[in-house]
Design a protein around this ligand. Structure first.
Ligand code: SF4
Length: 365
């Protein structure tokens, strides 16, 4: 049964220089309304009325929408008794009244795009908010009733030093929020930094130091490092993201959204014009056969701090995991990038740093 849904809202006030997501900054209110109407039709057409455990509205900047539109979207779904309903917000687009509106209409988790508390850095990467605005937003969100607040940070930003990043995290910890996501800056095709490389980028070693320092600070302040990029206070792990990492099904609604309804991973049309014309068409990205399923189980399992459960894998796929992967296991156990656990294997913190290489080795095996 599919009990999670992701909804993509592809509108932003302006484009951040590091961003290569699908988002438009030039759409009128009327065009946004038209998009919402298509979205509602798509949900009507595909959603089979299963009670959802998680709903995640991301973007783009979903907090650019009116509360009335968000209410219409939420109103399309049934929920189980204790759902997690998340919306991504940009501090510059919300005030106290808006946050109360979100809370009163059923949202119970916020993902706040902070990225940095340094105003010079924020400006240099094209963010529209300031550190002061971000701090006020978290305060307002708490006053509106939100207990489950996640903050997003990026490390490895232009002119960012290890000390600056540590200060950001120390401030975040003091704010008594429940969840933190950390992403290392990656400059990909399609973003402004790809064409105009920023100066003073921290090198790979500094980025690695930032990641390891973050683990240290957050773990010493009551956060558990439950996934490669995610940290939570006990009980506040993201249920929606765990659904992805546990390789379960989810709907994807909206332009460029991805979904997984076993055995098919699909995506919607990327441009909103195409999506609006052909919202009933899904692009089949891949059919998940047994080999692919095993690869995904390994890949997603190693993203989680608990790692993979060997017995479980052996049972599901009728293999002897430790025999099949003996060479890779030996190599990375000896190098300290893998750790043996009671039920299987997990990546060490140094292993997380080079997880792409390690996982590629498992997949190519
Ligand atoms: S990073 Fe977020 S707010 Fe910035 S342009 Fe991309 S989607 Fe929009």
């Amino acid at each position: 049964m599919t009990t999670s849904a992701y909804i993509h809202i592809p509108f932003c006030k302006s484009k951040c220089k590091y961003c290569s997501f699908i988002s438009y900054t030039d759409k009128t209110v009327e065009q946004q309304s038209e998009y919402i109407n298509t979205l509602l039709k798509e949900i009507d057409f595909f959603y089979k009325k299963e009670p959802l455990k998680t709903l995640y509205i991301g973007g783009g900047t979903p907090s650019l929408l009116d509360i009335s539109d968000l209410k219409k979207i939420i109103g399309k779904f049934k929920f189980d008794s204790n759902p997690e309903i998340t919306i991504e917000i940009n501090p510059e687009t919300v005030d106290k009244k808006y946050l109360s509106g979100l809370y009163m209409n059923g949202f119970n988790r916020l993902s706040v795009g902070i990225q940095s508390f340094d105003n010079k850095i924020l400006q240099s990467i094209g963010r529209i908010h300031t550190a002061q605005r971000a701090l006020q937003t978290v305060k307002n969100a708490k006053e509106a009733g939100f207990k489950n607040i996640s903050l997003d940070f990026i490390y490895g930003l232009p002119a960012q030093t290890l000390d600056m990043f540590i200060k950001d995290l120390e401030l975040a910890v003091k704010m008594e929020i429940s969840h933190i996501s950390l992403y290392g800056l990656k400059i990909e095709e399609g973003c402004s930094f790809f064409n105009f490389a920023p100066k003073h980028l921290p090198d790979d070693d500094t980025q690695a130091d930032m990641y390891l320092a973050a683990i240290d600070i957050l773990e010493h302040n009551g956060f558990s490092h439950y996934e490669i990029s995610n940290f939570a206070r006990c009980g506040f792990e993201s249920k929606h993201n765990l659904n992805y990492w546990n390789d379960r099904e989810y709907y994807g609604f909206g332009a460029a959204a991805h979904g997984y309804i076993s055995p098919v991973r699909y995506s919607n049309h990327r441009s909103i014009e195409e999506y609006q014309k052909k919202y009933k068409e899904k692009d089949v990205l891949e059919k998940i056969d047994e080999t692919k399923h095993l690869e995904e189980t390994i890949f997603l399992g190693f993203r989680k701090a608990e790692g993979i459960d060997v017995q479980n894998i052996n049972k599901i796929f009728n293999i002897d995991f430790e025999y099949s992967y003996r060479k890779i296991l030996k190599k990375y156990l000896e190098s300290g990038h893998l750790i043996k656990t009671e039920s299987g294997y997990k990546l060490s913190n140094e292993g997380f740093l080079i997880s792409n290489f390690i996982l590629a080795d498992f997949i190519d095996c």
